[in-house]
Design a protein around this ligand. Structure first.
Ligand code: GLN
Length: 193
């Protein structure tokens, strides 16, 4: 669990309830021996700058290349993306890992529907998943090797991609850790095997 900023405690609790052993990662050496990493929601600019400061950008890229799985939720999804749109210019370039072949748009749902809960149809799940969106990004486009697992169509908006998988990478626009439904985390643990 990347524990620099944001909603990492809730993910940790949920993963532990599924029987996983969870370590908080703040420095590159904390990744040693782990099978996967969750990058939580929070503020992607803040998390990204801290990742750069602590040498975690390269360390996580190497960690993934060595066979580990990585899941990014909300700000975490932004940090996984190959391309990020909508970063406020005053913060300079958006730091990102660039591992997942997708373009994301930050804060894409706009002011009116800033934060909301919605039941989502997810590929591979029989019942809808209760998803919490909080100043969420959307996945604007994905490359060929990326599997779209869920989309959501808000009223008066086009359909948006909100959950994707590419090999051992998983990214969601929403926060599955807030609803205590473990199915997205189960999906992630499955990628580690
Ligand atoms: N709006 C945040 C960002 O762009 C993400 C919000 C979240 O993680 N809940 O980084």
């Amino acid at each position: 669990m990347l524990a620099l900023q944001g909603a990492f405690r809730e993910h940790k609790t949920l993963l532990e309830s599924l029987g996983a052993t969870v370590r908080e990662v703040r420095l590159p050496q904390h990744l040693t021996g782990l099978g996967g990493l969750v990058i939580p929601g929070g503020e992607s600019t803040v998390i990204g700058k801290l990742m750069e400061e602590y040498g975690l950008m390269e360390a996580i890229q190497d960690f993934y290349a060595s066979g580990a799985a990585v899941y990014g939720s909300c700000a975490g999804a932004i940090l996984l993306a190959r391309e990020v749109l909508g970063a406020p210019p005053q913060f300079g370039t958006q730091p990102a890992l660039g591992l997942l072949d997708m373009t994301v748009q930050r804060n894409a749902f706009g002011r009116q529907i800033d934060s909301f809960d919605v039941p989502l149809e997810v590929r591979g799940l029989t019942e809808a998943f209760p998803a919490a969106f909080i100043r969420a990004p959307v996945i604007v486009s994905v490359g060929e090797g990326v599997e779209v697992l869920s989309t959501y169509q808000p009223e008066h908006h086009p359909e948006q991609i909100v959950l994707v998988r590419q090999e051992r990478l998983l990214a969601s626009s929403f926060h599955p850790e807030l609803t205590r439904d473990p199915r997205i985390h189960q999906l992630f643990l499955g990628l580690m095997e």
